[in-house]
Design a protein. Sequence first.
Length: 385
Amino acid sequence: MTHRERVLAALNHKPVDAVPFDIGGTKVTSLNVHAYEKLSAHLGIGGPAEIAHYRSQRTHMREELSSFFDSDVRRVHVSYPLPLPEAVRLPIQCDEWGNEWTQSRDTGLFFVSRSPLAGVIDADDVRRHPWPDPASLIDVASVAAAARKLRAETDCAIGLDLPDGVVHLSQFLRGFDDWLMDLAGDRGALEVIMDTVTDIYVAMLVPLLQAVGDNVDLVLHCDDIAAQNGPLINPRSYRQVIKPRQKRIFETIKAHTSARLLYHSCGSIAWALPDLIKMGVDAVNPVQVSAAHMDTRRLKEEYGSDLAFWGAVDTHHALPFGTQDDVRAEVRRRIEDMAGEGGYVIGSVHIIQQDVPPQNILAMAEAAHVYGGRSDGARYLERIV
């Protein structure tokens, strides 16, 4: 099988010659810049990190490293928000939606420090807000060119990373506290925010999907709806307010591409899987196994006939703090739990952070290859020490 055939077979719940392996193939399976640089230095390949998203310090994996790991997935590098020139980047920035971001001195990460629609507002305040032009949010031509290039140069599955969805964008605009209070009380202004965000998002999506055409195999949509122990909000509120907007976005994706829809939400999302299946989601990521109710064997038994799973290698404990043998055992467990009858792409739970030793990343790759049915795990053993 080619890498692409392997991933598509897994997502279609068909037999595979080996369990697909993803490292760096999406924005939520990549590496933090410090983890990337330590890994690259340890291996002596890959060159300096290319920061794909400066606010989260998330990297775009260079082809030398992707090839070294024999990753089955390549990522269309969608730069969103559009990068500022290095010379004009400041500790405080304003994005396309009007949110103010401030950089942490300790981590280098950015956080929303001022939400433009926070406080006491009404629907008229929302309508007066200077909303972005959908055409300004993504450089469609460069994304389409990147997709064509990857299709021509690799046999890998190609993923298109979309910007964060209506949940995150409305939280940034309204402020997290006000957003939660609105859902529990008067939703009038928040619903106008969400409708406007959804309108802009859909208007942004259509030309993008038309431009990339059949050069992508999966579309990644990220929008967190869960916390560590359960739903982020009351499931009834989710189904009344958020789900209809997500459904519209997912229907737009499905109407304009045959690519598989990969949905990302951190946390304990088992409660929402039936909703996601009904909305046409093909696979979920990151399968955060450290969260409540996220037992991989049970998830596979209950939902594996309708849903594929992507991720599941623990980044809370095994990868940062475990031994190489702990990491191997973690990988073997997830493959045994989830890979039966296809439906599984193995990878880390979200971005690999700077506290993960390079040796553990290599142990993950070795185990993914060995237990996943490939024969080339020995090459990683040589690099682990």
